[in-house]
Design a protein around this ligand. Structure first.
Ligand SMILES: *Cc1c(COP(=O)(O)O)cnc(C)c1O
Length: 380
């Protein structure tokens, strides 16, 4: 099946009891045991497993081309489970421009817990190679990165990481349906499903997908139900509903973002635009190789719905642009139908590496002309 069809049909079943086309939400926390003491229907207690969570895990796993998935109450909860599956003393390579919450998790919780972490620029292969050492167990890749939209060459990094005997995780939150990390060598894929999978800024969630069902993934699975950071049945239902339209939404987000990036790159009050779809972007060629929807004859190159740009006169000018937008909402997060604008440096606070004049945009599903007009009046 092509990805649009898979998104609609993966883990979709007609409810055998009622014929309901949209699956019921199973709120029951506990499930009946058979007379002879077994649980032949596969469910015992909802923290261990639940029909809605199982459907979500099977659906996302099918879409990513993985073997199994574990869903969590947030993207951060999903990231935690991966680090917790390591052992104190293990060395982790992380992208210096990784999601701020992931870097903070590593610095504030897992370095104290005994993980040895090196933050490096993974778009620089030489730097990645130099940072590997015999205790390296895992490399954390994220592309496009946040907020500078740096592009990591997934296949090239995976190759050197595997040669060093470590595993590769790809945080694919920013490019679901566009980027297939398993085909490029990733062992695990992470999504904050709060973003594009949910797609409407109304549900929090995360998932870890594994290429094979191995011991490392079984540890993640046991952290999921023994640690208990599981999503509610309703959250799972909402995220799976979001997945049904994901490829089409990603296509529209990307087309809108390309037009907005093109407009900004020609604006006199903008000094830089960070968007991998622009030919001037240093990662453009790699992004063009690894980001697309392959299901059409044309194999459309699509570069995602996120971009950032720098306003010429720095922080105050950037704040004033954000203050003047009318269609863009000033808010953090991404991946919803509505466009958002955010001054990253002041959200990240102390230790931020975001340029002070930088504004990050999550491009929604409005008409691109209205978005461009709004940014034009705010920049003017
Ligand atoms: C939002 C985000 C996360 C964290 O997800 P939550 O659902 O907010 O916990 C992780 N990685 C990336 C790239 C994100 O954008």
């Amino acid at each position: 099946m092509k990805i649009e069809t898979l998104a609609v049909h993966a883990a979709h079943t007609i409810d055998p009891a009622t014929g309901a086309v949209s699956s019921p939400i199973h709120l029951s926390t506990t499930f009946e045991r058979d007379a002879e003491g077994t649980y032949s229907r596969g469910f015992m207690y909802t923290r261990n497993n639940n029909p809605n969570r199982q459907a979500l895990e099977q659906g996302i796993s099918a879409l990513e081309g993985g073997a199994a998935a574990a869903a969590f109450a947030s993207g951060t909860g999903a990231s935690m489970s991966i680090f917790q599956a390591l052992a104190p003393g293990d060395h982790v390579l992380a992208h210096v421009d990784a999601y701020y919450g992931t870097s903070r998790l590593l610095r504030e919780i897992f370095q104290r817990w005994g993980l040895d972490v090196s933050f490096i620029d993974m778009s620089d292969l030489g730097a990645a190679e130099k940072a590997l050492h015999p205790k390296t167990k895992l490399a954390w890749m994220e592309t496009p990165s946040n907020p500078l939209l740096k592009i990591v060459d997934l296949a090239a990094v995976a190759r050197i990481v595997h040669e060093a005997g470590a595993i590769c995780v790809c945080d694919n939150t920013w490019a679901p349906a566009l980027q297939r990390p398993f085909d490029l060598g990733a062992d695990l894929v992470l999504h904050s499903t709060t973003k594009y999978f949910g797609g409407h800024c109304d549900v929090l969630g995360g998932v870890v997908v594994s290429k094979v069902e191995n011991d490392f993934f079984r540890r993640i699975r046991s952290i999921q139900y023994e640690g208990g950071a599981v999503p509610s049945p309703f959250d799972c239902w909402l995220i799976l509903r979001g997945m049904r339209t994901l490829p089409w939404r990603m296509r529209a987000h990307s087309e809108n973002a390309m037009r907005v990036a093109d407009f900004l790159s020609r604006h006199r009050n903008v000094s830089r635009v960070h968007y991998p779809g622009l030919k001037s972007h240093p990662g453009h060629e790699i992004a063009a190789k690894q980001m697309s929807i392959r299901s059409t004859n044309a194999q459309d190159k699509l570069f995602g719905g996120m971009l950032s740009f720098e306003v010429k006169d720095g922080r105050d000018a950037a704040m004033s642009v954000a203050a003047k937008t009318k269609i863009f909402t000033r808010a953090t997060s991404l991946g919803g139908v509505e466009s958002l604008i955010e001054h990253r440096a002041s959200i990240e606070g102390a230790g931020t590496t975001s340029p002070e004049g930088l504004l990050r945009l999550s491009i929604g599903l409005e008409n691109a002309e209205d978005l461009i007009e709004d940014l034009d009046q705010a920049l003017g």
